[in-house]
Design a protein around this ligand. Structure first.
Ligand SMILES: [Zn+2]
Length: 266
């Protein structure tokens, strides 16, 4: 029983195959997924999907790579969506939010302003956050501390051991996915092997970040069991051991996931 803690299940790339893809993931043992939104244009889409496909939950937030063209009305739209849906058991986090220092020509001051505004919303609404971070780990962590945000996931973690430990100290879990399956991904494989097992969660980021066997192709949640198997091999764990621990970690990061897991077991 596995949980895919980060997908973009709403992607138009899945338009023709979405229900079949999820059925295939479920039959492979993936019981739940978290669909991250990226901007107000897909808030309703991710929520609707969560209420159609069993085991599907969602996060609402503005992704740093989508910030540049947006006005402050986007933050107002996020607040309005949170007010309207905070009691929705399928809404498990604010996300994905963060900072991306890798994309060129982005207004970093504006990214930081949107990130801070969304941390404030996370505090106000009592939700964990799902973070997207590239070339900005220390700044992201600095504001987590400043806003006393102590629950969530640093998705697709790709930083140093000391940055990993800073997230862990802050109460965060670190998301690992298809990158684990590349022999050349030495740093990510070392992190996944050596960090405390309690700090890890599994994700695909489907349709992005495909594993080695789907290089430059679409990624799917039904690849998660094979990714989990790669982590089992790195850690010397059996699949039931790993799955049990990942479930605990996922619920610790995103407590409202438990409501969906309970519903599935009824
Ligand atoms: Zn994402």
């Amino acid at each position: 029983m596995l949980i895919d803690t980060h997908t973009h299940f709403d992607s138009p790339k899945f338009a023709q195959t979405r229900a079949d893809d999820w059925a295939r993931a479920q039959s492979g043992g993936v019981v739940a997924q978290v669909v991250a939104s990226v901007a107000p244009f897909n808030f309703n889409t991710v929520r609707d999907l969560a209420h159609v496909h069993a085991g599907t939950t969602y996060a609402l937030g503005i992704h740093p790579m989508f910030v540049d063209p947006l006005g402050d009305d986007a933050l107002d739209a996020l607040r309005a969506a949170l007010v309207a849906h905070i009691d929705d058991p399928k809404l498990v986090a604010i996300g994905e939010i963060g900072l991306d220092g890798f994309i060129k020509h982005s207004d970093m001051a504006k990214q930081i302003r949107f990130y801070r505004a969304q941390l404030q919303l996370a505090r106000e609404f009592g939700l964990p956050v799902i973070l997207h971070v590239r070339h900005a780990q220390d700044t992201v962590i600095k504001y987590l501390r400043q806003y006393s945000i102590n629950q969530g996931i640093a998705h697709a973690f790709n930083g140093s051991f000391s940055q990993a430990n800073a997230y862990i100290k802050q109460g965060f879990k670190l998301g690992f996915g298809g990158m684990l399956t590349f022999d050349k991904a030495n740093q990510i494989r070392r992190l996944a092997r050596e960090l405390p097992i309690e700090a890890l969660v599994l994700e695909t980021d489907a349709p992005d970040m495909p594993p080695s066997w789907a290089y430059q192709q679409l990624n799917y949640s039904h690849y998660l069991p094979r990714i989990a198997q790669a982590l089992c091999e790195l850690r010397g764990l059996t699949m039931p051991e790993l799955a049990g621990q990942m479930r605990l970690n996922s619920v610790a990061a995103l407590p409202k996931l438990q409501l969906t897991l309970d519903e599935l077991s009824r």
